[in-house]
Design a protein around this ligand. Structure first.
Ligand code: C5P
Length: 306
């Protein structure tokens, strides 16, 4: 048996612009994405089993999680990632028959706009690459990840390289890694419901987008450590729909803005998670306590992902 332990990190979108619709039904994006220090733990085992003479190799996938409501079949991106790796590489690499056992200990909230599921899928790609000694590099793993979801290549990049942030374009899969990332603390707070990414993207087409981030300027701000340039461009156009239709998200933003010393507050991805940026760990911790006292699911984390 071979085994491996991995950390599967959450991300936030420092900005998110929708720049067009695509013939494949997706939207073109331009988004600065950043890994944060909140993570799920992924334990993976590869249990090799000898097949009988003349039998085709057979690989079974077993997934378990500490969240009873999460599916553990092909609806789970970790399971799907293992299926994709089997399909692309198992025969070619001659890995034979066996069981892929994946145990996920979740800390990242589910359906929250934090790429928790995508990160788990990315970790399984990275894990099987090592367990099967496939020697795929980060770029190749990112390409495999595209099949799994738009955020998966970013998750592969920040889990399998020294990069912590990237500009994502295309449907999110074209990555331009950034040398400098945000070095702050964040509090993530989530209302008690999830929001469907599909729904938000579908409905955003009905809105006229009047304010967009200038991602070039945001990236220059990160490189120069100029908070003003960064905050000026921390705009997520998907807020137009989500804040309009889910009042608790707008309320949560307002609470962070008015009752805590947040330097900036923004929704991540399609929501409903809101993240507030703080200069110090102390401020982030106390804002987190305040929000938990108000019965929000809240976490604090560092943005450079350590
Ligand atoms: O790629 P992923 O499965 O994470 O996307 C979920 C849904 O979000 C897609 O089915 C699509 O409706 C929408 N989406 C989009 N444009 C993107 C990314 C996602 O329309 N760039």
């Amino acid at each position: 048996m071979r085994e491996i332990d991995l950390k599967s990190y959450a991300k936030v979108n420092l900005s998110l612009d929708v720049t067009g619709t695509r013939p494949d039904g997706y939207h073109d994006l331009s988004s600065v994405m950043q890994r944060i220090s909140l993570y799920d733990r992924i334990h993976m085992e590869w249990i090799r089993q000898e097949e009988a003479a003349g039998e085709e190799p057979d690989i079974r996938i077993e997934v378990k999680t500490n969240r009873p409501y999460l599916p553990v079949d092909e609806r789970n991106l970790a399971y799907k990632a293992a299926q994709i790796m089997i399909r692309h590489f198992a025969r070619e690499a001659g890995v034979g028959s066996g069981i892929i056992r994946i145990s996920i200990t979740k800390s990242i909230p589910v359906a929250a706009g934090l790429a928790g599921g995508s990160g788990n899928g990315a970790a399984v790609l990275i894990g099987l690459n090592r367990l099967w000694n496939l020697k795929l590099d980060t770029r190749q793993l990112c390409r495999v990840g595209e099949e799994l979801g738009s955020d998966v290549p970013f998750c592969v990049l920040v889990q399998n390289s020294r990069y912590r942030a990237a500009l994502a374009t295309g449907r999110g899969e074209v990555l331009h890694p950034l040398k400098k990332c945000m070095k702050k603390y964040v509090v993530l707070a989530k209302p008690s419901f999830g929001v469907s990414t599909k729904e938000v993207f579908k409905c955003i087409d009905d809105y006229e987008i009047t304010q967009r981030p200038d991602n070039g300027e945001l990236i220059r701000g990160l490189a120069a450590g100029d908070d003003r340039l960064v905050y000026k461009n921390m705009i997520n156009v998907l807020e137009l729909y989500t804040l309009d239709h889910y009042d608790p998200v707008a309320q949560l933003k307002e609470i962070c803005r008015t009752q805590t010393p947040a330097e900036m507050v923004l929704m991540s991805g399609s929501g409903p998670t809101v993240f507030a940026v703080y200069a110090s760990e102390k401020e982030a911790r106390s804002a987190c306590q305040l929000l938990r006292g108000m019965r929000y699911e809240a976490y604090w984390a560092g943005t450079d992902g350590r």
